[in-house]
Design a protein around this ligand. Structure first.
Ligand code: ADP
Length: 485
């Protein structure tokens, strides 16, 4: 196939520490692969523990003056980063598609979404109010102010290499924090491209540091042990999140955790079937199914079940699966071979328990990590795919008879990130929303993510919220002064 379109500007691949590109001391460079072709794109520097501590030194050296920088000035820097990212949107989208594999249309959507966090927090930087009140006794006043929480370690996953970075860096900078970004080892190039943008936008040296490492656990462990670091913001698996929370306990760190999901997609008998199918396609297939918000389990009322299942299979079968960077591609490859093998294992398991494959269910026999978009019906509740995060273009469907049964099934998971609910009765929808144990609900909508809204989960899906006004509060300490005047 045609590789000629793959020409994004490749950023520097060295560590970005204290405003300088530096070699890593952690050993050999790390090769970065194109999941569409399995070819090596380039390799990036490999940080050692000492490099991790050097990043803390740089963040510490910049901390006081960045915290003292007027909020308007911090906002202007973020605004310039937004303008630069927007001007470079196509090149960054191609870079994302190249290292992550996602379809270029998804990558373009991600760039727009990622840039919006920069604009939103450019605006929020000047909107951090405090409180003032009189003590109930009348003897003094209660003054509440906000301070930056301090140096933040930001750890991001590979599925949204740009958006997960800006969703953390933008509020951190707006609040007056300096930070160290540790991007996923699979997709570091976008993070380095963002480092270039922040530098050009006028972010002072040491305020944003970016490092890649082949020993994530060791390097982040050393950073988290450093008492100068006061904040951890992580997006990734619940499994790694639990490890990090244990490590963060030592310094009693302020933690924001965006962890795994197992989103139910519930279609009530009174749903608009076509709207539900449109929503199902977006909720399942945004980013090729590799999103923590991806609909993981479909519960459809028995009166609509056959029509929904057939309509969904038809739409999934029509999708064009190919190299992510090609303009006609609608679904790209998965991130790596393990992801394909894990999906096939989940599909085999479901079939062995009685599920029927309506479309897909196979890996493509070519270079790259391609899995055909898959729909299964009659998937029993004990199938692994109803309980584990699938993270692939695989959609299991089950039917239900009563509202209570649907809500019980939706909540029967340790996760609580998002649910999707389709009903044309808005009052019923709002009543059921309050029974769904998730931080977010898509009510007659297949996508909810918005830089202006608080994104986050309940239960094992995480702690804290990103986006909206809530997002900046994750990077502040509250200072209360009792004062008589
Ligand atoms: P995913 O399943 O999306 O790959 P992970 O939780 O494995 O999610 O990874 C998310 C981020 O956490 C990545 O940047 C990865 O390099 C990093 N990571 C993985 N293991 C550890 C660890 N033990 N300690 C710190 N960071 C880790």
């Amino acid at each position: 196939h045609d590789n000629s379109v793959k020409s994004p500007a490749i950023p520097s691949t060295r560590l970005w520490i204290g405003g300088r590109w530096q070699e890593g001391r952690g050993g050999a460079d790390i090769p970065i692969y194109d999941p569409s072709t399995e070819q090596i794109i380039t390799s990036v520097a490999n940080a050692s523990l000492e490099d991790g501590i050097a990043a803390v030194d740089a963040a510490e050296a910049a901390a006081a003056s960045w915290a003292a920088t007027p909020p308007r000035q911090r906002g202007e820097v973020l605004r310039r980063a937004f303008e630069l990212m927007t001007a470079r949107a196509e090149s960054i989208a191609q870079l994302i598609s190249l290292e992550n594999g996602k379809a270029l249309i998804d990558a373009r959507g991600e760039v727009a979404y990622a840039a919006e966090f920069l604009r939103w927090y450019a605006e929020e930087a000047v909107r951090l109010g405090g409180e003032i009140g009189r003590a109930p006794s009348g003897a003094y006043n209660i003054v509440v102010q906000h301070e930056p929480v301090g140096i933040a370690l930001l750890i991001t996953p590979w599925n949204f290499p740009a958006a997960m970075a800006t969703r953390k860096i933008a509020p951190a900078l707006a609040a007056g924090c300096t930070c160290i970004l540790k991007p996923a080892t699979e997709t570091p190039l976008t993070a380095y491209a963002m480092a270039e943008i922040f530098a050009e936008a006028g972010v002072p040296d040491g305020v944003v540091n970016v490092l890649t490492t082949g020993s994530a656990g060791k390097v982040t462990g050393a950073i988290l042990k450093d008492p100068r670091v006061r904040k951890l913001s992580f997006t990734g698996s619940t499994e790694v999140g639990r490890i990090l929370l244990r490590e963060a306990a030592q310094q009693v760190l302020n933690c924001s955790m965006e962890l795994g999901g197992n989103a139910p997609f519930v279609v009530m008998a009174d749903a608009d079937l076509d709207a539900a199918l449109d929503g199902a396609m977006i909720a399942k297939m945004r980013n090729g199914g590799q999103a923590c918000t991806a609909a993981n389990r479909f519960y459809v009322h028995e009166s609509l079940y056959d029509k929904f299942a057939d309509g969904f299979a038809e739409r999934m079968q029509a999708l064009k699966l190919d190299d992510g960077i090609l303009p006609s591609t609608q679904v790209g490859p998965l991130i790596n071979r393990d992801a394909v093998e894990n999906s096939l294992r989940l599909i085999d398991d479901a079939v062995s328990r009685g599920a029927k494959i309506l479309t897909g269910g196979t890996a493509l026999n070519r270079k790259g990590f391609f899995l055909t978009p898959t729909v299964l019906r009659d998937v029993p509740a004990d199938a692994l795919m109803m309980n584990d995060e699938i993270f692939a273009p695989v959609a299991p469907i089950a039917s239900f008879a009563s509202e209570d049964e649907a809500i019980a099934a939706a909540n029967a998971t340790e996760y609580g990130l998002i649910s999707y609910l389709y009903t044309q009765d808005l009052a019923r929808g709002m009543r059921l929303t309050s029974r769904l144990q998730t931080g977010m609900v898509g009510l007659n909508r297949g996508v909810v993510s918005d830089p202006a809204a608080p994104f986050g989960g309940m239960k094992a899906s995480g702690i804290g919220r990103e986006g909206g006004h809530h997002g900046i509060l994750e990077y502040i300490e509250t200072k209360y002064t009792a004062v008589s005047w």
